[in-house]
Ligand binder design. Structure first.
Ligand code: HEM
Length: 494
C-alpha cells in the first residue's frame, strides 16, 4: 500500500519534470534556430561543435578576411553550442559601438582571465575601468613617453650589438626573436624599472619562453573560454603552469614596487615607472587603490600588451619592405638623409620620418598584430539598419575590416602610398590600436619604440632573409610570425 502510493506520487512528479524539461528544450531549440538565421556565416559542422573546427585553426586569420568578403560586413560564427560571436565589419557600426564605449564582453574576456585577471585590458566593470584608466593616464602622456628615450636607446644599443656580432660572424639571426627580446627589455625597464636582460639571455630568457607557452593557447581560450575552464588539452595544461610561474614573478614585482613606497623620496608621479604609479596609488583614506591581486593582473597584462605586438609589427614591416625594392629604396633614402652614418642609435631629432610612418601605418593595416576588441550588446539595438540582439558578443575585428575591398582599393596589396595624402580614412575603417575610449593606452610608446628601432636597423645594416624563407602569419594572442624570421645582416659602408 505504501509503495503504491509513493509510486502514485512519483509518476506525476516525473511527468511534471519531463514537461518542464521538454518546454525548456523546445524554447532553447527555437531561440537557437532563430539565432542561427539572424546573420549569415560559415556553415557549422554540427550544432554541438559549431565552427570550432575552423575557428581553432592556425589559418583562422585568412578565414576572418575571407568570411567578411563572402558573408558580408556583419557575420557570425559559433564556437560550440552556446558561444556565438557576431563580427562587425561595417565602419558605421564600429564607430558607434566603440565611441559609445559599449562594455567589453565578459563571456569572451573570461577566457583571458587566468592570465590577466582584472587588469585594465580585460576589465569588464566600466566603473572600475574608468578609475584604473584615469590613474594610469599620467604615465602615458606624450611628454612622459619622450622622457623614455635614454632607456630605449640603451636597449637598442644592446640590440645593435647582437646584430653587429651576427654580421661579423656571418651567422643567421632570428629577427622576430630579437624583436621580442628587445620589446621585453624595454617594457621591463619603463613599466617596471626591472632589468629583464632578455636580449643578453637570448633563447634562454624565461619570460619569453613562458609567453611562448601561454599566448597561442590563450588566444584559443579567448575565442572559446570553455577550453580554458576544462583543460583536456595538454597545451592548455602547459599554459596553466606557465601562467602560474609568470604570476609568481608578478607577485615578487608587486612586493618590490611596494617596498619603494617606504623609501619614497617624494618624486613626482611622471618620474615613477608605470607600475609604481599603480602600486603606490592611495585613496583618500590612505589605503592602497589597488590590491596585490589587481597589481599582479596588470603586471602580466603590461608584459603581454607591451611586448608582443610591437615586436611583431616590426618584423612584419621588415619582411614587407624587403620584398618590395621600390618601398625599400624610398625608405632607405629618407632614413639616410635624416640619420648620420656614425649614429649607433637614431635619436629623437632623427625620427621625423614621414615615409617610415606611412610604411608603419600600412603594416598595421595589412597585418595588424592586435585584432580588435570584443564588446557586448546589453539590449536589442538597431544601428545603421542592423538589429543587434541583446547579450551578444560583438567582435570589432580589424583583420576583416582592414582588408575589406568595399573600404580599401586593392586591399591585399601592401602599399604605403595609400597613406600619402594624409587624408583621414573613413571613421571605423582603420583601428589597429582599437577605437574610442578603450583604445590602446600604449600607442604613443609603441610608435616611438618602433620608429627608433626600425630607423636604426635600416640605417646600419643590409638585411637578407634566408633563401627560400617565406614569412607566415600565425594568430596567437596577437598575430605573429609563425616560424620566426631568419636573416643575415651586413654592416653598411656609409
Ligand atoms: C604595435 C603595438 C600595439 C598594438 C597593435 C596594440 C593594440 C591594442 C589593441 C587592439 C587593444 C584593444 C584590446 C581589446 O580591446 O581587447 C589594446 C589595448 C591596450 N594596450 Fe595596446 N597595442 C600595442 C602596444 C601597447 C603597448 C606598448 C602598451 C603598454 C605598455 C599597450 C597597452 C595597452 C593597454 C593597457 C590596453 C588596454 C586599454 C583599455 O582597455 O583601456 N599596448 N592595444
Amino acid at each position: 500500500m505504501t509503495a503504491l502510493s509513493s509510486e502514485h506520487g512519483l509518476v506525476p512528479a516525473l511527468a511534471g519534470v519531463a514537461v518542464v524539461a521538454c518546454t525548456l528544450l523546445l524554447r532553447f531549440v527555437i531561440s537557437y534556430t532563430r539565432a542561427r538565421r539572424q546573420f549569415p556565416g560559415p556553415p557549422v559542422k554540427n550544432f554541438l561543435v559549431g565552427n570550432l573546427d575552423q575557428t581553432m585553426t592556425d589559418n583562422v586569420h585568412e578565414k576572418w578576411i575571407h568570411w567578411n568578403r563572402e558573408y558580408g560586413q556583419v557575420f557570425q560564427t559559433w564556437n560550440g553550442l552556446f558561444s556565438r560571436v557576431v563580427y562587425i565589419g561595417d565602419p558605421r557600426l564600429i564607430e558607434k559601438i566603440a565611441t559609445q564605449n559599449w562594455p567589453k564582453s565578459a563571456s569572451q574576456y573570461d577566457g583571458f582571465k587566468p592570465l590577466d585577471g582584472d587588469a585594465l585590458f580585460v576589465q569588464t566593470n566600466q566603473e572600475r575601468w574608468k578609475m584604473q584608466s584615469k590613474r594610469l593616464a599620467p604615465a602615458f602622456q606624450p611628454s612622459v613617453i619622450q622622457q623614455q628615450y635614454p632607456c630605449l636607446a640603451r636597449h637598442i644599443g644592446n640590440y645593435v650589438r647582437q646584430l653587429d656580432h651576427a654580421a661579423e660572424t656571418d651567422s643567421i639571426i632570428c629577427l622576430s626573436e630579437l624583436n621580442i627580446l628587445l620589446s621585453l627589455d624595454f617594457i621591463g625597464d619603463i613599466a617596471f624599472g626591472t632589468s629583464f636582460n632578455a636580449i643578453n639571455q637570448g633563447p634562454n630568457c624565461r619570460i619569453a619562453q613562458l609567453l611562448e607557452m601561454i599566448l597561442p593557447e590563450l588566444m584559443k581560450c579567448g575565442l572559446f573560454p570553455l577550453r580554458g575552464k576544462i583543460p583536456i588539452f595538454k597545451k592548455t595544461r602547459i599554459m596553466n603552469s606557465a601562467i602560474t610561474e609568470l604570476r609568481n614573478m608578478a607577485k615578487d614585482a608587486v612586493k618590490d614596487a611596494r617596498k619603494k613606497d617606504v623609501a619614497d623620496d617624494g618624486k613626482t608621479q611622471p618620474d615613477k615607472k608605470i607600475f609604481e604609479i599603480l602600486a603606490l596609488q592611495r585613496e583618500a583614506d590612505g589605503n592602497y587603490t589597488f590590491n596585490s591581486q589587481e597589481l599582479c593582473d596588470n603586471y602580466v597584462a603590461f608584459l603581454v600588451a607591451g611586448g608582443d605586438p610591437t615586436a611583431h609589427t616590426m618584423s612584419f614591416l621588415v619582411w614587407q619592405v624587403l620584398r618590395s625594392p621600390t618601398i625599400f629604396e624610398q625608405l632607405r633614402a629618407e632614413i639616410d638623409a635624416s640619420i648620420p652614418f656614425d649614429a649607433e642609435v637614431a635619436t629623437l631629432e632623427h625620427v621625423k620620418l614621414p615615409y617610415l610612418n606611412m610604411v608603419l601605418k600600412e603594416t598595421l593595416r595589412f597585418s595588424s598584430p592586435g585584432f580588435g576588441t570584443f564588446r557586448v550588446c546589453k539590449k536589442d539595438t538597431t544601428l545603421a539598419g542592423v538589429t543587434l540582439p541583446a547579450n551578444t558578443t560583438l567582435a570589432l575585428w580589424n583583420p576583416a575590416v582592414h582588408r575589406d575591398p568595399r573600404l580599401w582599393e586593392d586591399p591585399d596589396k601592401f602599399d604605403p602610398e595609400r597613406w600619402r595624402s594624409g587624408q583621414p580614412k573613413l571613421r571605423g575603417s582603420y583601428f589597429p590600436f582599437s577605437y574610442g575610449p578603450r583604445s590602446c593606452t600604449g600607442q604613443g610608446l609603441a610608435m616611438l619604440e618602433m620608429t627608433l628601432t626600425l630607423a636604426t636597423l635600416f640605417r646600419r645594416y643590409d638585411i637578407t632573409p634566408e633563401p627560400g624563407f617565406e614569412l607566415e602569419y600565425l594568430p596567437s594572442f596577437t598575430l605573429k610570425p609563425k616560424n620566426g624570421f631568419p636573416i643575415r645582416v651586413t654592416r653598411r659602408k656609409c
